[in-house]
Design a protein around this ligand. Sequence first.
Ligand SMILES: [Zn+2]
Length: 142
Amino acid sequence: MKECLHCKKEYEAKRDSSKFCSVNCRVKFNRANGSKNKVTGIQAQVLYNAMLEMVEKITDFPSPKVYDSERLPIAHKDEPPMYLAKPTVSQYDAYFNEIKAVRMLDDIPDLVKIIKADTDLPKWQQDNLVKFAIEHSKTFDF
Ligand SMILES: [Zn+2]
């Protein structure tokens, strides 16, 4: 038996994570404790990044992310993943935006050379960027 967080009555919980006896109690509790249930800035960013990651999987193109640091290895069950470092616009994203800004075919090889020479970038990021640069060059009018 569990005690409902809202009405304090005991009830038979169907799931371990259950906190309320009914939907009604959950809604009432959340309404009364609204500030605790607001999405924080970092949570919104995490959701945004997750969306971009999905788009990236579908399109095969790198997409700009606000957070590019390592995820904490342990996250609480109901928490979105948190990040070890402060949010930064990564070099990966900067290159991505540079490629997008290129309007002349001649500039692509130079940019690819710079990306390949950047040893701070992981190989998969280099590969993604080069792939994107090639795809981007195909969109030019001749
Ligand atoms: Zn209740």
